[in-house]
Design a protein around this ligand. Sequence first.
Ligand SMILES: Cc1cc2nc3c(=O)[nH]c(=O)nc-3n(C[C@H](O)[C@H](O)[C@H](O)COP(=O)(O)OP(=O)(O)OC[C@H]3O[C@@H](n4cnc5c(N)ncnc54)[C@H](O)[C@@H]3O)c2cc1C
Ligand code: SF4
Ligand code: SF4
Length: 493
Amino acid sequence: GRLPSIPRQKNGKRIALIGGGPASLTVARDLAPLGYQLDLYDSQPAGGGFMRSQIPSFRLPPEVLDEEVDYVLNMGIQSHFDTYVESLKSIIDKSYDAIFVGTGAPRGSDLDLPGRQECEKQIHVGIEWLGSVAFEHIQKVGKRVLVLGGGNTAMDCCRTARRLGGEDVKVVVRSEFARMKASPWEIEDAQEEDIPILNNHVPKEFVHEDGKLTGMRFDKVDVVYDSAGKRNLVPTGEELFFAADEVLIAIGQDNAFPWIERDLGIEFGKWDMPQVDKRTFQSSNPKVFFGGDAAFGPENIITAVAHGHQAAVSIDLFLSGKPTQQRPAPGVNLISQKMGVHEWSYDNLVTVDLREKVPHVDKVTALKDRKVEVELGFDVNAAYREAERCLNCDVQTVFDGAKCIECDGCTDICPTDCINFIDNADEDALRRTLRAPANDTTQELYVSEALVQTQRVMVKDENVCLHCGLCAERCPTGAWDMQRFLYSVTKAG
Ligand SMILES: Cc1cc2nc3c(=O)[nH]c(=O)nc-3n(C[C@H](O)[C@H](O)[C@H](O)COP(=O)(O)OP(=O)(O)OC[C@H]3O[C@@H](n4cnc5c(N)ncnc54)[C@H](O)[C@@H]3O)c2cc1C
Ligand code: SF4
Ligand code: SF4
């Protein structure tokens, strides 16, 4: 087994998970092995949340998702799919011992411009449209499609439209290219699929003939910064019309909790968001926990998983009668990597090799079927080359001042000048006087104890260290060691 076994004898505590995305699934994965009984409710027909309904199949194939989601659901989770929870009170009334809300940020922003109401059928909110495509309620799109917005959702919308029959698909963005929120690689993938991105266009109106959309009008703008550095979009006077059969609006995503009654002891604050403790994920109703996009707004899968682990710790503490603020420490470990005088158990050659490009399936095949996965992955040789570029961020330089004879050998050999033997001073002065000035104040400096011979200290700025190990190789006394750092997140139980 890849996963821990599930005890037959339950511990008698029942937990409701609302939403079946990565946050709730993580809570389920951590608490099921401890004997909790878990009921998961989701409005969709299957688990995975936005990973199933939003992330297109050509990026995340359903088979992969099914396998991973099933690992968790098969831990004895009682799932209630196709079940939209209309009222949190109705769940509380079922006498659960704790409730986890992992309902994401499911509301896509709309664009209330002239013509919006009249052309209801041809204008869609992007995330709703992607959900309908994923569940096959929508199987085709018009030939000419405009996608509004410059984030990753816009990129998924335009690439999906290309696969559903969109031949002339354009992305139209208010801001300039450099300020687009989409990841550069997502933009690149869209452009490779012949999707132009038109920046500095502010949508003005949906144009229609007797309720049938014919296109959209935009104001062209220049980006102008005023003397206070504030950015303004100033119309150039040029107005443009782009013909379209359908428009997808992908301009933002919000939380929405219409199903949570406001008299349940859960306080709501700014933007009508629940007040959730950033460390424990507990709300002001001690039985109700939040995590994933539902807690603090839209993020990503790995953040939802991280929230889920921490919420599971809190729920387990809470149901064991312990304070949720007193959390078990994470596991940390440092292990020397030294194998011989000049030999380390990791490849410490510093290279400047560029990233390998992930091969893609050919475009014609990809655009024929939205379910064909685009990225083919690396072959074995490319994967080895890519792995060799690892920067060994986990291998730390560990300094033992008591062994140092201050020969300066390490200072001479360090390729980035990050080792300094200097007189101690206050932090500002130290930062300025280092051989490579340490201007990034978010990175703490390492300052050793005073050294025996000269009372100087060894100061190191981790930001410039390459983890090459040359200092440890050069040191005649073993005062430097290269040690692998392992960190394991605190898990429930
Ligand atoms: C188009 C798009 C592409 C994305 N691509 C990526 C990506 O490539 N990588 C990445 O890391 N992240 C990506 N994200 C973000 C990622 O999907 C989310 O951050 C993540 O899924 C959040 O997980 P979650 O568990 O908080 O909730 P979600 O995954 O949003 O799941 C919440 C679930 O709760 C259900 N639900 C909501 N309200 C109720 C209710 N009242 N009753 C019952 N069920 C309810 C919803 O239907 C949904 O199934 C993308 C998001 C979008 C919109
Ligand atoms: S590991 Fe390399 S870069 Fe880092 S301090 Fe040692 S010699 Fe300098
Ligand atoms: S090489 Fe070793 S002994 Fe010499 S200064 Fe550096 S840490 Fe000290």
